[in-house]
Design a binder for this molecule. Structure first.
Ligand code: FAD
Length: 587
């Protein structure tokens, strides 16, 4: 079957903050850039980011990048690579000022500087007391960022392919990546996007869980593509549960609420975080707050008829502060919890939020894999940035506001690396025979499968398994059962059927293709979690309650083929400063 082909210097898959930041740098360097997105760029999930972007600007209190670096290393539970963390924290101020100059409408202090609010784990002077480091545009920072970057891309003449879904990578015999095969979602037309550089910026995969703050499009497509291409996924056992999802709905209530002075209460009206984190209290790191909430609920101090959630109180901030700084939160709370936070506390519960693991990449955005000799090697032609990448700056637990920063810093860095690589290596390689065979076979199966379960049924089963067997607290026997159950679900996903009726709008086909990716992510998460016999950051095991630096200060690499796990050391050496040695993590 003849397939249409387009050639570009670079193809960026994803139009969220990371994809747009990268595309802008590439287009401004006069490269021919295509950006593919399943949704209109400004509907990418970055739009939902509420609280802010981290940078030690020190606009209202003293701050510096080295304190930010310390907090990030500590927040990562020492699993973050310290070279990448130094790189990100050093570049933070520049990245935020750049955005300001692009036209980002940040809130302002009375003297006209960018407004900053406190956030979980952001501390002054190596952990002494909270510091305002989150640069915010009300509680709609991601929305403002995405629109700013999109407008700059339009000006730079980036070419957008909207509602085009990338299906699979094209790799040649030597393992180099030469582009992607994609499908136009409306028509089903399949096309090859050939490029000298392919950047994956496909965002997170929160939809593997039943209760999630993530949008329906967050299905881990980049990770699925990488796994099917025989490349590893890194640190997939580390999935962040945000403490404050709206009870029953999962929608996020930003940590910025606690940054502005809100706090959590149990059924006795006790501000219980004072017991768990006497110093940082409600602004302790997310994994710490989530576990404290679940402990309160498990020990019978939860709220409501089933005693299964806690309350977030902010009415004491007053209507003026809530309406000015947190207008979106008030709206979410009224719509999804039927509670006006000016008068009453919001019912909240921890909810799956952010994937710390992902496609292994270095801090130049180059995707890395294990070479034949077991050493880490760069995959030529393939780059990754944003939530789909594991650089790893977030290690075992991400600090709030470090993701938007990561998008800006590593989106730009990956683009710069592409520019440099293309100067050295300007000629496109020929496509291998059968470049589109894999995705065409996936599509063909959907056409020919005549009976079987619906995609929705199998997806729901996957979400139930992930939620029940791989949640905030993990148990050895449950993880073992979880591995068996998720393998069963993966097997079922190979026999799903879409009815002729549901093909009309092609959404059923898209959902089936997305399920392939979700399953890859779910398998990697469960299998990696079962194998890691320690508790670190977001991975909290009941049977191994302590961090074990002697045996586990290492990154997991999961390979789809044979469900193999390999491990590689954490980079403890920063670029220019002294390393932060692992120590007990208290807030
Ligand atoms: C509710 C919420 C609030 C948050 N608040 C904050 C915050 O205040 N501060 C902070 O730092 N972080 C925050 N985060 C985290 C942060 O927003 C995300 O990690 C980040 O925005 C992800 O950006 P991204 O560029 O990696 O991907 P996204 O913005 O998710 O974009 C992914 C893009 O990839 C495209 N795509 C995916 N698959 C395909 C495919 N197969 N083919 C073509 N295109 C594809 C999508 O269409 C989309 O354009 C929040 C997250 C959530 C869920």
């Amino acid at each position: 079957m003849a397939i249409a082909k387009r050639q570009f210097d670079a193809v960026v898959v994803g139009a969220g903050g990371s994809g747009l930041r990268a595309a802008l740098h590439l287009a401004e360097a006069n490269l021919k850039v295509a950006v593919l997105s399943k949704v209109f760029p400004t509907r990418s999930h970055t739009v939902a980011a509420q609280g802010g972007v981290a940078a030690a600007l020190g606009n209202s209190e003293e701050d510096n990048w080295h304190w930010h670096m310390y907090d990030t290393v500590k927040g990562s539970d020492y699993l973050g690579d310290q070279d990448a963390i130094e790189f990100m924290c050093r570049k933070a101020n520049e990245a935020v000022y750049e955005l300001e100059h692009f036209g980002m409408p940040f809130d302002r202090t009375p003297d006209g500087k960018i407004y900053q609010r406190p956030f979980g784990g952001h501390m002054q002077d190596y952990g002494k007391k909270p510091v305002p480091r989150a640069c915010a545009a009300a509680d709609r920072t991601g929305h403002a960022m995405l629109h700013t970057l999109y407008q700059r891309n339009v000006r730079a003449r980036t070419q957008f392919f909207v509602e085009w879904m990338a299906l699979d990578l094209i790799r040649d015999q030597s393992g180099d990546v030469l582009g992607v095969v994609a499908m136009e979602m409306e028509t089903g037309e399949v096309m090859i996007f050939q490029a000298r550089a392919t950047l994956l910026a496909t965002g997170g995969a929160g939809r593997i869980f039943a209760s999630s703050t993530n949008a329906f499009i967050n299905t881990g497509d980049g990770l699925g593509m990488v796994a099917r291409a025989g490349l590893p996924l890194q640190d997939m056992e580390f999935f962040q549960f945000h403490p404050t999802g709206v009870y029953g709905a999962g929608i996020l209530i930003t940590e910025g609420v606690r940054g502005e002075g809100g706090y959590l209460l149990n059924k006795n009206g006790e501000r219980f975080m004072e017991r768990y984190a006497p110093n940082a209290k409600d602004l302790a790191s997310r994994d710490v707050v989530s576990r404290s909430m679940v402990t309160e609920i498990k020990e019978g101090r939860g709220v409501g008829k089933d005693a299964d959630h806690v309350l977030l109180k902010l009415d004491h901030l007053g209507a003026e502060v809530i309406n000015r700084r947190l207008p979106g939160i008030r709206e979410i709370s009224i719509k999804f919890a039927n509670v006006d936070p000016i008068k009453e506390p919001i019912p909240v519960v921890p909810t799956a939020h952010y994937m710390m693991g992902g496609i292994p990449a270095n801090y130049h955005g180059q995707v890395v894999a294990l070479g034949g000799n077991g050493f880490v090697a760069v995959v030529r032609g393939l780059y990754a940035a944003g939530e789909c990448a594991c650089v790893s700056v977030h290690g075992a637990n991400r600090l709030g506001c470090n993701s938007l920063l990561d998008l800006l810093v590593f989106g730009r860095a990956a683009a710069q690396q592409i520019i440099d690589d293309l100067k050295r290596d300007p000629y496109p390689k020929p496509l291998p025979a059968g470049a589109a065979d894999r995705p065409l076979a996936r599509l063909a199966r959907l056409e020919t499968q005549k009976d079987g379960e619906s995609v929705a049924e199998v997806a729901a089963a996957m979400r139930r398994v992930m939620q029940a067997y791989c949640g905030v607290f993990r148990f050895g026997d449950l993880l073992k059962q979880g591995v068996a159950k998720i393998k069963e679900v993966a097997e079922r996903s190979g026999h799903t059927m879409i009815s002729d009726k549901s093909k009309v709008f092609n959404t059923a086909r898209v959902e089936a293709l997305e399920l392939d990716n979700l399953i890859e992510v779910a398998m990697a998460t469960m299998i990696s979690a079962e194998a890691r016999t320690e508790s670190r950051g977001a991975h909290a095991r009941d049977d191994y309650p302590n961090r074990d630096d002697e045996n586990w200060l290492k990154h997991t690499l999961y390979f789809k083929n044979g469900y193999r796990l390999h491990y590689k050391p954490v980079t403890l050496r920063p670029l220019t400063v002294e390393p932060f040695q692992p120590k007990a993590r208290v807030y």
